[in-house]
Ligand binder design. Structure first.
Ligand code: FES
Length: 158
């Protein structure tokens, strides 16, 4: 077991130990693992299943069901483009197409330089000021393609 794998296992096991006694612990555990590691690694599924006395298939099924959970480590910054109704009404599809073109990736992909992962979101709680985009924890409103260029240029420096 490499050091990174060992550290990761320790983190996962710690989360399982901390949350396994709570009601309906699977989703809180998965959220905590993704918050800690950025994604749900394959070995986490086995460790969580063992910790909760579930089958791997049950845990894997939940991970696969929710778009929110990533199967691979994300790039340095996660860019979420809102595709929900209010943003669609103000042409978020143009922002979305521009994001895909600029980064050279589709949703779920990571740019070749490893800097950005692009994800779809379904309401970022900023409906009055769409199209909405979130990078990391920072929310942007009225993100036209031109504004997106500025946002990505700013995050490219980080
Ligand atoms: S619909 Fe896009 S932020 Fe709510």
């Amino acid at each position: 077991m490499s050091e990174n794998t060992a550290q990761r296992a320790q983190i996962i096991d710690g989360i399982v130990a901390r949350l396994s006694g709570t009601p309906g612990p699977l989703l809180p555990i998965l959220h905590a693992v993704q918050d800690a590691l950025g994604y749900i690694p394959a070995d986490a599924v086995a460790r969580i299943a063992q910790g909760l006395n579930l089958s791997r298939a049950e845990v894997h099924g939940v991970v696969s069901f929710y778009h929110h959970f990533r199967h691979h480590a994300p790039g340095r910054h996660v860019v979420q483009v809102c595709r929900a109704e209010a943003c669609q009404a103000v042409q978020c599809t143009k922002t979305e197409a521009h994001a895909k073109q600029c980064l050279g990736i589709d949703y779920g992909g990571t740019s070749a330089d490893g800097r950005f992962t692009l994800e779809a979101a379904y309401c970022l709680g900023n409906c009055a000021a769409g199209p909405s985009v979130m990078v990391g924890e920072k929310l942007y409103g009225r993100v036209t393609p031109e504004r997106l260029d500025q946002v990505l240029a700013d995050w490219s420096q980080r």
